[in-house]
Design a protein around this ligand. Structure first.
Ligand SMILES: NC(=O)c1ccc[n+]([C@@H]2O[C@H](COP(=O)([O-])OP(=O)(O)OC[C@H]3O[C@@H](n4cnc5c(N)ncnc54)[C@H](O)[C@@H]3O)[C@@H](O)[C@H]2O)c1
Length: 405
């Protein structure tokens, strides 16, 4: 338990660090009519391919380099680039350190990292050492506490910017609720909840060819996330992926803007889901059926904050369930819950009855969503991924203003 608690603290620390150093605005400010932002992409798997596709949609951005070690992934992404009609970038591949050649390119304004978790910190540190000033990395930012301190110190030393690409902060309902929190609709915030509650069994295993739901291989014989992510469920126990839950709620209670996490306790349930999945799909004689998984099926963490709020965070990726991040934001006047998409505000809602949240979202749509949403049409994920950089550059400055309220 102590180990899982320590690991969790590391990840929480990371979330806080990443939010604190968020300043992508200056990167896009560098773009002018005849000088586009030149981006390199390390990791063009399923997530990286999506990032490349979004960058190709932008008029102020050039995709100048991509890197991956898997030919199939590179081929998928080069097909996307061909279809866009934009120039083919330089391609780096061959071994696990080919990305270092990408980092040596002159005139690279920024890099986006979408590789397995264990590569994030080394790639960020190498990018900083190569003089790159703007780095976007997929969540999470590193594995160990030392990873996170190394990144924070290197960022400060190099006067650079690292942004964790925590896209849930830019979900439309989440932004509307952030706006409601800022406008005091829920009163003083007392308690928040969130998490990563996503049945990943079909992602953690495959047959080496098809990513979702076919086969029970993982590791060397598997493809995409089953190639690397499942190992973390074998060897680690704790909240392995906290930022989708903690990122949005941390903004709502001003973490690193006058508030901070002070202590936590974390408990893991027994582990059953992955083994049961292997038995049902591959049978008791499949080699994967002999693996002992460390990761508890449901990991529950309580965090106490300096300003008196509590946070309940859950990580739940091994059992059958519909996707839900389980948000709840509760204050002295009312609360939002995303599971049933409902809101209750005392004196406004009918006594002891939930309001459907949609009318509230419409009324409190975040001003930045209203401003940028036309640019996100067709971008997928409710548009939040493509809107992310635009929103982020304004959020970073306007959130600073809110912090001073
Ligand atoms: N924010 C989100 O909503 C979201 C969604 C999906 C994935 N992710 C994150 O994105 C990251 C990538 O996930 P994914 O689903 O694309 O996984 P993936 O396995 O499909 O892609 C990872 C890619 O990295 C490549 N890679 C591995 N080692 C490399 C190296 N040394 N140099 C260059 N390339 C290397 C792999 O070949 C693979 O193509 C993970 O951190 C994951 O947690 C985030």
């Amino acid at each position: 338990m102590i180990n899982s608690r320590r690991r969790f603290v590391k990840d929480i620390g990371l979330a806080a660090a990443g939010l604190a150093i968020l300043r992508p605005d200056q990167l896009f400010a560098a773009a002018t009519a005849d000088r586009k932002v030149r981006l390199g992409f390390i990791g063009t798997g399923f997530r990286g391919e999506g990032h490349v596709a979004l960058a190709l949609r932008r008029a102020d951005t050039e995709v100048v380099a991509i890197c991956d070690v898997d030919e199939r992934m590179l081929e998928r992404t080069t097909n996307v680039i061909k279809k866009s009609g934009k120039p083919m970038p330089k391609i780096f591949t061959g071994d696990n350190y080919a990305y270092r050649q990408l980092l040596e390119m002159k005139d690279l304004d920024g890099v986006i990292i979408a590789t397995p978790w264990e590569w994030h910190a080394p790639m960020i540190l190498d990018a900083l050492a190569a003089g790159i000033k703007y780095i976007g990395t997929e969540v999470i930012l590193g594995i160990t506490l030392q990873d996170h301190w190394d990144v924070v110190k290197a960022v400060e030393h190099n006067k650079a910017h690292v942004m964790m690409l925590e896209n849930v902060c830019y979900r439309r309902d989440v932004m509307a609720v952030l706006n409601m929190v800022r406008q005091n609709v829920f009163g003083e915030i007392v308690h928040v909840q969130g998490g990563y509650q996503h049945d990943l069994r079909g992602i953690k295993f495959n047959d080496g060819k098809n990513p979702p739901g076919v086969g029970v291989e993982f590791g060397e014989k598997a493809f995409s996330e089953a190639h690397w992510r499942t190992e973390h469920s074998v060897h680690r126990n704790g909240d392995l992926y906290p930022t989708h839950g903690i990122g949005p709620v941390a903004m709502m209670i001003d973490i690193n803007r006058g508030n901070r996490f002070v202590s936590l306790c974390s408990f893991s349930s027994k582990t059953r889901g992955l083994h049961d999945y292997i038995l049902s799909k591959g049978g008791a004689n499949h080699p994967s059926a002999k693996v002992n998984f460390s990761l508890g099926d449901v990991v529950t963490t309580n965090i106490k904050c300096a300003n008196g709020e509590t946070i309940l965070l859950q990580h739940d990726t091994n059992l059958p369930r519909p996707y839900s991040l389980g948000f709840r934001v509760q204050g002295t006047k009312g609360l939002w819950m995303d599971v049933n998409s409902s809101i209750y505000v005392e004196g406004v809602s009918k006594d002891d009855e939930w309001d459907a949240a949609q009318a509230w979202y419409d009324k409190y749509d975040h001003p930045m969503w209203k401003r940028w949403s036309k640019d996100t049409q067709g971008a997928g994920h409710g548009g939040r991924a493509s809107a992310c950089s635009n929103h982020a550059r304004e959020l970073s400055s306007s959130e600073d203003r809110w912090a001073g309220r």
